[in-house]
Design a binder for this molecule. Structure first.
Ligand SMILES: [Ca+2]
Ligand SMILES: [Ca+2]
Length: 169
């Protein structure tokens, strides 16, 4: 079931020296360095029950006023955590002004708010996360990479899931 990972040295995509500010921030946010590849992400998405459960847990965490929908304000924090500016679009976060980043987030939010009611329901959220994760997986290709992941982020959850699966098989 589990694909054998190639025993190759890790490609460094994260360089602490060139992102020292982000790096320090990362430490405070309970980050950890993990090795991840595309199959880690794809297997996570394929595990429908597990993926749905992760989505629901995260959704209720972001939904701070507990109305069952995510407003733009609630989503902005999440988008910041996903680091869409870095991983989804391949541009350095500090290359964007705050205004540009705001436009990026608004565009993303509008993109996934399929019925354009200004709110994101759990199905819309699920589609968004799936699409982003697939984009990240596509960007990773076949080589495992070292990434700094935030505790509780979907990428981290995907890594943890793989660990559990490995222990069980
Ligand atoms: Ca809400
Ligand atoms: Ca909506």
């Amino acid at each position: 079931m589990i694909k054998q990972k190639p025993q190759i040295s890790i490609k460094k995509i994260f360089k602490p020296n060139s992102h020292s500010e982000n790096y320090n921030k990362s430490i405070q946010l309970k980050m950890s360095v993990e090795i991840i590849d595309a199959s880690t992400i794809r297997n996570f998405l394929k595990d429908e029950r597990f993926f749905t459960k992760s989505i629901e847990e995260r959704f209720s965490m972001i939904d701070s006023n507990h109305d069952g929908r995510l407003s733009y304000a609630e989503m902005v924090k999440e988008l910041e955590k996903l680091k869409v500016n870095e991983t989804h679009f391949g541009v350095a976060g500090n290359g964007l002004t705050k205004h540009e980043l705001g436009q990026l987030y608004q565009g993303l939010f509008a993109n996934f708010d399929h019925n354009a009611n200004g709110l994101m329901d759990s199905e819309e959220y699920k589609l968004e996360v799936r699409e982003m994760m697939l984009a990240i997986a596509k960007g990773l290709g076949f080589l495992p990479v070292q990434m700094v992941l935030e505790e509780g982020s979907f990428l981290k959850v995907a890594v943890e899931r793989e660990r559990i699966v490995k222990v069980e098989t």
